[in-house]
Design a protein around this ligand. Structure first.
Ligand SMILES: Cc1cc2nc3c(=O)[nH]c(=O)nc-3n(C[C@H](O)[C@H](O)[C@H](O)COP(=O)(O)OP(=O)(O)OC[C@H]3O[C@@H](n4cnc5c(N)ncnc54)[C@H](O)[C@@H]3O)c2cc1C
Length: 437
């Protein structure tokens, strides 16, 4: 089925970034928008919704507050409508549980008819007829039925996908899996004699902490291996957090691309390290387990590159080939379950490549992005592809941070409506990133 109606905006993917757009557009009935999400309902990184994990941004970075604190879709209104005002007040925390953030987003998504779930965008084609528009082919993930939709503009909010070394992917998924599948595999972990977590970011630490909590009950050996020189903490001081501001985005954006690539490569600790409270929890548990001279059945191994994993012949376990990259020595580590905390990469669907006739790419195969989050086009046309995803190379370290999503949506809505619906102040933080004039 295809309709002749031309929407103003079609969003691909409903993670927090596009859900924020859908919630903000609810106040702008002049924009006719639809958002398609392949999942059957909103679910935010479900494999890592571990009890006790907290958001790494204050709840003020909800879906709407930074654009419109009076919005019906604010986190505080969610709390109010769920009769939780006093418990939340006495909780006295800005960093809400991750499970509650997901529940809040589900509450918002359920109220927005513009968000359609169980619908995967298969292709997007640019049509130049009497009118110009994008033709979006959507498949119903339940029935397989395909429908075509037309839209003046597109907004990509396809997020990221887990990354695993290719050699890990060949092994049984119940034994060797990514942290993104941690919760669905927790029962497997409980039955294992030994478990090894590889990597040293926040997901690795949260997985290790959860397993450490359970270790005494289930009696497995627990190892943690990283190639990094240490289990480094994320840089979370208040002045460092100012790198996740519109001011820093503006500063970073105007740097030459070669400088951006150089700077971004040095900023890992702003987003890749471990939250101090998680390291503290882990250390405190290790200390507790070692009381009375007991030896916690745990190994923490730094400076160690994992080169590959093979099934150990005649056993239910695996051999991990490791190299200590300062000493240069090699060794083998045996384990029954491997959890790869090897990160995520931006997900740019293949159909974006099929739009190559209108998109400008850089020499590294990345689309070029305007300051206001429109993909740069080769030819002049009124139709825009706005992007939330895959913009770290152009807009920097804050691109995947929830604290900048609403700002980005404000900029996009201003462009879409061709007026300053949302004023964007120049100065938002105390420090200057640009040289003094
Ligand atoms: C475990 C974890 C915890 C995090 N915690 C924080 C935090 O506390 N604070 C913070 O600032 N950042 C955090 N982040 C980083 C970031 O905020 C999240 O990655 C966030 O989910 C990004 O939102 P998104 O909307 O871009 O993408 P996603 O949440 O990845 O959503 C993208 C959606 O697009 C859908 N999709 C993709 N392709 C299609 C298609 N063709 N058709 C239809 N649907 C499609 C996917 O199914 C998916 O649901 C975290 C990341 C992870 C992995």
């Amino acid at each position: 089925m295809s309709s002749d109606k031309i929407y103003d905006l079609i969003g691909v993917g409903v993670g927090p970034f596009n859900l924020s757009m859908a919630a903000l557009l609810d106040d702008h009935s002049e924009v006719d928008a639809l958002f398609f999400e392949q999942r059957s309902s909103f679910d935010w990184h479900p494999g890592m919704l571990i009890e006790g994990t907290k958001m790494q941004v204050p709840f003020i970075a909800d879906l709407v507050t930074m654009a419109n604190p009076k919005s019906h879709y604010s986190f505080l209104n969610y709390i109010n409508e769920h009769g939780r005002m006093y418990p939340f007040y006495f909780l006295q925390r800005l960093d809400i549980p991750r499970r509650e953030y997901n529940d809040y987003c589900q509450w918002v998504a359920a109220q927005l008819s513009s968000c359609q779930f169980g619908t995967k965008v298969e292709s997007v084609r640019y049509i130049e007829d009497n009118e110009t528009y994008f033709e979006v082919l959507v498949v119903d993930t339940d029935t397989g039925e395909r429908n075509g939709f037309k839209s003046k503009h597109i907004l990509l909010g396809t997020g990221s996908v887990p990354v695993m070394p290719a050699s890990f992917n060949q092994l049984p998924k119940e034994d060797v899996f990514h942290t993104a599948q941690f919760k669905e595999n927790i029962h497997r972990c409980r039955k294992a004699e030994s478990i090894t977590v590889i990597g040293s970011g926040q997901s690795a630490a949260e997985t290790f902490r959860e397993l450490l909590n359970e270790q005494r009950e289930h009696n497995f050996r627990l190892d943690w291996i990283t190639r990094s020189p240490g289990f480094a903490s994320m840089e979370e001081s208040k002045l460092s957090l100012e790198h996740f501001s519109p001011d820093y985005v503006n500063y970073f954006y105007q740097l030459p691309q070669s400088k951006k690539d150089e700077v971004f490569a040095t900023q890992g600790l702003y987003y890749k390290g471990i939250s101090t409270h998680t390291v503290t929890d882990i250390y405190d548990l290790l200390y507790e387990y070692s009381v009375g001279g007991e030896n916690p059945n745990v190994g923490l191994q730094v400076l160690t590159e994992v080169n590959g994993i093979t099934k150990k012949p005649g056993s239910k376990g695996y051999e991990i080939a490791c190299t200590h990259h300062q000493e240069g020595s090699s060794f083998t580590h045996e384990t029954e379950v491997v959890i790869a905390a090897t990160g995520y990469k931006p997900y740019v669907p293949d159909f974006v490549k099929s739009l190559e006739g209108i998109i400008e790419w850089d020499e590294k195969g990345r689309y070029k992005v305007e300051a206001d989050y429109r993909i740069r086009k080769i030819k002049m046309a009124d139709n825009e592809i706005y992007v939330h995803s895959g913009i770290s190379h152009s807009h920097g370290v804050g691109s995947t941070n929830l604290g900048l999503a609403v700002h980005r949506n404000k900029v996009i809505i201003n462009h879409l409506l061709k007026r300053d619906v949302y004023p964007i102040p120049d100065q938002n933080v105390f420090q200057s990133f640009k040289p003094k004039k």
